[in-house]
Design a protein around this ligand. Structure first.
Ligand code: ZN
Length: 89
């Protein structure tokens, strides 16, 4: 198995990301800042073997989001997404 196939789908991020998002991010729709693809976050390729979580675009594999717990802080890097649209309920 190649390293590129070693991911889960974006639904696996629900637990970790619930620490900072009060609403379910997996149903949100985001635009990849690299290729412009607009997809549900649940379709992202999720890599959880690293320290934290890395979500990559399911079209171009560019990094959409990085999330890590560092000591008592949560670090979130979302510069790989042009935007993220969530249902406010
Ligand atoms: Zn992309």
């Amino acid at each position: 198995m190649s390293a590129q196939m070693n991911y889960l789908d974006g639904n696996a991020a629900a637990g970790e990301l619930s620490k900072i998002f009060a609403i379910d991010i997996t149903t949100a729709e985001g635009k990849c800042a690299h290729c412009g693809a607009i997809r549900r976050f649940a379709e992202a390729h999720l890599y959880m073997q690293c320290p934290g979580v890395v979500a990559r675009c399911c079209v171009c594999e560019h990094i959409l989001l990085r999330f890590a717990n560092v000591r008592q802080q949560v670090v979130l890097d979302v510069r790989g997404m042009a935007y993220l649209v969530m249902n406010a309920g």
